[in-house]
Design a protein. Structure first.
Length: 123
């Protein structure tokens, strides 16, 4: 008799909703319950735009409420500068990748069709 059972390919990793990382993870001992929930939500965020915005708000708050705390202000502004630089470099790399992709399409499609593209590729 032939085997008619279907084999289901399982996804790697813990099932959705698994709390192991939150309960037993690296940071679990130093985060309270509210912070653990925030941490769990933050792990789904892509990019650093939200962190840049949050840091700007916090720097403004420090300047208003504790303007004598020069050390903290300097640390926060240096961190902000690093995040902005990283964000700019990421955007620059994405732009470079897009430019290369467009150049490849032009080379692969326009040239075989006899469409002249001049010296625009590679600029």
């Amino acid at each position: 008799m032939p085997d008619t059972t279907l084999k289901v390919k399982r996804k790697r990793g813990a099932p959705k909703g698994n709390q192991n990382a939150r309960k037993h993870g690296f940071y679990s001992r130093v985060l309270d319950e509210a912070e653990q929930l925030d941490f769990e939500l933050a792990t789904g965020v892509e990019g650093i735009d939200d962190e840049i915005a949050l840091l700007r708000v916090k720097i403004k708050s420090i300047l208003e409420n504790d303007p004598e705390n020069i050390k903290l202000i300097m640390q926060a502004t240096n961190t902000l500068a690093g995040l902005v630089k990283t964000r700019y470099n990421i955007a620059k790399e994405q732009k470079k990748g897009l430019k290369e992709a467009i150049g490849n399409v032009l080379r692969d499609i326009a040239l075989p069709l006899g469409i002249g593209i001049g010296a625009t590729i590679g600029k």
